[in-house]
Design a protein around this ligand. Structure first.
Ligand SMILES: Cc1ncc(COP(=O)(O)O)c(C=O)c1O
Length: 422
């Protein structure tokens, strides 16, 4: 494509965007025929791989039958997706599903459900949702309010609700925040099991999530796990929170639900969360495109493919190999401060000095430079980091990658980091 035409696409004019002509297997193919290995799975989305003919067939059939139906009516695809999730994916006790168009909408809806739950049960003083510092929960004003991603909140702070935050890796901190705020004012706590975009796949200490679960239970605070990035097999288990054996009240998901073939997200709840809302005859307003039939049909097929092909187990096994090879090749690199994550959600934290943890100057935008250098070498990885983790890259490829792709990711990243740091 003529670069001048491509430059018309960004809302804010700037660099001419890369033009992708088509997607195949684990590859992004540019307009000028270059093949880029999609080790970021787009934005940690692609799980079953690109260009699956089964999905194109299902999508054509779905659109041939139904286009738009208001979100509250049932269709075969909507009901089948609920059945697939409840029967095969969600933890025991999770029976209620609400489908939306992405991760930010899922978080926004979950926050509204938490408030409506308490209001319906007569606990009208409970409205605050405690988040974590550091965290990313999407770019709506509610998502930015419960989140703490300094780059993405920057400048918008006056428009955001000032909600309490608990330090992200301290298992004792939440109890103190609740005490300070007054438990009777708290509706919910929200956290990513493994902090993705804001923390470069930061895994909390082993005692963190059990401590959070205990204190939430003690104070009747709903526990929301934001699994937009970690959910649906990405970390090698169905859900990221299952690495810690905890039982949340609400799960929020997105990204992998449709494998990137349609804009989809979801909120999943236990009967106990929804029962007071039903008894009060209350509800939550829908988004016009919530639970779009096409997205539901596609998501159903994506989940079916993952089950039939054992792709969650594959994410665990190939993820372990990728992690092992990253440790071998980059574990001693002078500018790699940490390699972490679970399954196929892995992060590399970059530092000017790995021994002291001294970061690169923020103005250097080192993560962005590494991503650019990787792209020059035919590799896409996802830039991440905020606050204390200023520069990180996320690796979240399709679950279908092979040992050969693992080697391309490791060598491409090593060369990219060396080139970027000079
Ligand atoms: C944990 C988490 N929550 C919410 C979101 C927002 O999702 P979306 O970009 O689909 O709106 C993201 C996106 O990266 C995320 O990682």
């Amino acid at each position: 494509m003529d670069p001048q035409r491509a430059a018309r696409f960004p809302f804010v004019p700037g660099d001419t965007p890369i033009v992708i002509d088509r997607t195949e297997d684990v590859w992004l193919v540019t307009g000028d025929g270059r093949r880029i290995l999609d080790a970021g799975g787009g934005a940690i989305v692609t799980n079953i791989g690109h260009g699956r003919p089964e999905i194109a067939r299902v999508a054509a059939e779905a659109l041939g039958r139904i286009d738009y139906v208001v979100p509250v009516w049932a269709t075969e695809a909507r009901v089948s997706l609920v059945e697939e999730l409840v029967d095969h994916w969600l933890p025991d006790g999770f029976t209620r599903c609400a489908f939306v168009s992405g991760g930010s909408e899922s978080v926004d809806l979950a926050v509204r459900v938490a408030r409506t739950h308490h209001l319906s049960a007569g606990r009208s003083s409970r409205w605050k949702v405690i988040g974590r510092d550091v965290a990313y929960h999407g770019s709506t004003l509610s998502g930015l309010s419960v989140g703490a991603h300094d780059r993405r909140r920057s400048g918008l702070e006056p428009m955001l609700t000032d909600l309490p935050k608990s330090p992200w890796l301290d298992p004792d901190a939440l109890a103190k925040v609740i005490e300070f705020e007054g438990p009777e004012t708290i509706a919910a706590f929200i956290g990513e099991p493994i902090t993705g975009a804001a923390g470069g796949a930061m895994v909390p200490p082993e005692d963190y999530w059990p401590a959070v679960e205990e204190v939430c239970r003690r104070h009747e605070i709903l526990l929301i796990v934001d699994e937009v990035m970690t959910g649906l097999g990405r970390t090698g288990l169905n859900w990221g929170h299952q690495h810690w054996g905890i039982k949340p009240d609400l799960i929020v998901a997105g990204k992998g639900l449709s494998g990137g073939y349609a804009p989809m997200g979801g909120v999943y709840a236990t009967d106990d969360v929804v029962a007071p809302i039903a008894e009060a005859g209350a509800g939550t307003m829908y988004y016009t495109f919530a639970g779009h039939d096409l997205g539901c049909a596609i998501s159903l097929e994506v989940l079916r493919i993952m089950r039939v092909e054992g792709l969650v187990e594959r994410a665990a096994s190939i993820g372990a190999l990728l992690r092992h090879r990253l440790d071998e090749e980059l574990g001693d690199h002078p500018h790699v401060a940490d390699i972490r994550g679970r399954g196929l959600l892995l992060g590399i934290e970059l530092a000017a000095d790995r021994n002291t943890g001294r970061p690169f100057p923020r103005a250097d935008e080192m993560a962005t430079q590494v991503v650019g250098a990787a792209l020059d070498r035919g590799l896409w990885v996802y830039p991440a980091g905020s606050g204390p983790v200023d520069d990180a890259v996320l690796i979240g490829p399709p679950f279908t990658i092979t040992e050969e792709h693992v080697e391309l990711i490791v060598s491409g990243l090593r060369d990219a980091i060396d080139a970027a740091v000079g």
